[in-house]
Design a binder for this molecule. Structure first.
Ligand code: UDX
Ligand code: ADP
Length: 463
């Protein structure tokens, strides 16, 4: 018999915690789900009466929140109270790459996880199941266990690894119909308790159980494989451009081989997001720490290829615009790391912009979901130039036609669907001539634009 879960607490109300708990609450009306965060602005936004103002944009999410919020889904800043009440605690706090000290730029920074563990240990007065939901390096569960057992009030903690496989932009769909749910742990009873939560809507055959280390490593491996596919096709995109091939045709041709499959073969200006780069660097760091240098070098190349792709896209803009972009207006369509999300972490757009700003370009950004505040924060974070300079060189607008008016060039950085539907003749009429378009996502109709008079560069397409 497994323990019946009636109250869940989730620490961290971000891109993972928010959507995951909203779906659990929707599907398990008998479980009280409380999502807590130390960021009171974020919690206030999750509680906003207008569900369209919740802090994470995901198609379908506001409807799920509207259904469950106030019924059995709660957002709060009272962390201790929620920990105390719950039988099961999910940790969904952020684990960014370290920006200091040992493992700088490589290892995951576990300080937020450790703070959570210490807080749980201090507050818990009865047995708890603690679930790692954040992406973590292998063996973090061991560290969690050690902190919980040595600093707790003598209660029992079972630690489970339950990695998240949702992709942003399709999070709700991925949560409602996951390919698999993975649960790693050593207590059969606790694994069953968590499996029973998911079994409310996920078929049993899709719920896989493993030991805790396999589960942790599977998450890093899945992301490394996916990112590797993107870097592989991106590497070929450069060769296609030189040889006159079209990478999209190559992708279609190889994707029909059932052993390869069609997904994650879309050439782009480079992958972004909070996971791919971080998880690979983590894998590299772990491999190096065991002295596995060949393994480390092999995976690191996926990230190096991605950096190259972003740089060569920016470089091509400069070369094409007669070797100088100084004082030239370049319109950016898209800033998010992919469509249908307002998340910008590690977005290729940030690095392409930074590169062009170093060449004194003037950038005007339009993104349907990303705020001006976020765009400036992303650039300021790089610390390449001071905040004043960023605000002088970069303008953010909420009208795409305004962004492109009198621009020397348009650069497509995110694959938002609406970009295809613009009145491109109208854009052409208002741009400077020659009118250049650099399509970093291969989303625009190249032939149609060329016929209108645009000079079109499409990633991976040879001229
Ligand atoms: C990823 C994993 O897919 C998910 O399982 C994990 O839980 C978290 O990390 P996410 O980062 O949200 O999800 O998005 P994903 O769809 O994987 O895209 C990552 C990046 O790769 C994006 O910048 C996307 O534009 C890029 N990409 C993806 C390509 O450039 N080409 C492709 O064919 C696919
Ligand atoms: P992810 O994509 O992993 O969900 P986010 O950065 O979107 O990452 O969300 C993580 C959330 O965790 C943030 O809102 C942050 O304020 C919260 N957080 C970090 N540490 C703690 C903590 N000790 N207690 C509560 N919340 C925390």
């Amino acid at each position: 018999m497994s323990k019946k879960i009636t109250k869940i607490c989730c620490i961290g109300a971000g891109y993972v915690g928010g959507p995951t708990m909203a779906v659990i609450a929707q599907k398990c009306p008998d479980i009280k789900v409380t999502v807590v965060d130390i960021n009171s602005r974020r919690i206030a936004a999750w509680n906003d009466e207008d569900v369209d103002k919740i802090p994470v944009y995901e198609p379908g999410l506001s409807e799920v929140v509207a259904e469950a919020r106030g019924r059995n889904l709660f957002f709060s800043t009272e962390v201790d109270k929620a920990i105390d009440e719950a039988e099961m605690i999910f940790i969904s706090v952020n684990t960014p790459t370290k920006t200091y000290g040992k493992g700088k730029g490589m290892a995951a920074d576990l300080k937020y996880i450790e703070l959570c563990a210490r807080q749980i240990a201090r507050v818990a007065k009865d047995d708890k199941i603690v679930v790692e939901k954040s992406t973590l390096p292998v063996r973090t569960a061991g560290a969690l266990k050690s902190i919980l057992q040595n600093t707790g009030n003598g209660v029992r903690f079972d630690i489970l690894s339950n990695p998240e496989f949702l992709a942003e932009g399709t999070a709700v769909q991925d949560l409602l119909a996951p390919d698999r749910v993975l649960i790693g742990g050593d207590s059969e009873e606790s694994i069953r308790a968590l499996a029973d939560v998911y079994a409310n809507w996920v078929p049993e055959k899709n719920i896989l159980t493993t030991n805790v280390w396999s589960s942790e490593l599977s998450k890093l491996t899945a992301n490394a494989f996916l990112a590797q596919r993107v870097s592989s096709i991106n590497a070929l995109s450069e060769l296609c451009e030189k040889t006159g091939a079209d990478v999209n045709e190559v992708a279609r041709a190889i994707g029909t081989d059932s052993r390869i499959g069609p997904k994650f073969l879309k050439a782009s200006v480079g992958f972004g997001g909070s996971c791919f780069q971080k998880d690979i660097l983590n894998l590299v760091y772990i491999a190096k720490s065991y002295g596995l240098n060949e393994v480390a070098d092999y995976w690191e190349q996926v990230v190096l290829m991605n950096d190259h792709q972003k740089h060569r896209f920016a470089d091509n803009i400069i070369t094409t615009l007669y070797n100088t972009v100084s004082g030239k207006k370049i319109a950016f369509l898209g800033w998010a790391f992919k469509k249908d999300t307002n998340d910008t972490r590690e977005s290729a757009a940030i690095h392409v912009a930074d590169y062009l700003l170093n060449e004194q370009a003037e950038i005007v950004v339009y993104d349907p979901k990303v705020t001006e505040e976020q765009i400036y924060a992303d650039l300021d974070y790089l610390n390449t130039r001071d905040e004043k300079e960023n605000r002088k060189l970069v303008t953010v607008v909420n009208d795409p036609y305004k962004a492109m008016k009198e621009a020397h060039a348009v650069a497509v950085l995110t694959e938002w669907d609406e970009f295809r539907a613009y009145d491109w003749q109208r854009v052409y009429d208002t741009m400077l001539k020659p009118s250049f378009v650099f399509d970093g996502r291969a989303v625009l109709d190249r032939e149609q634009l060329t016929d209108m008079g645009f000079e079109v560069y499409t990633i991976g397409v040879g001229r």
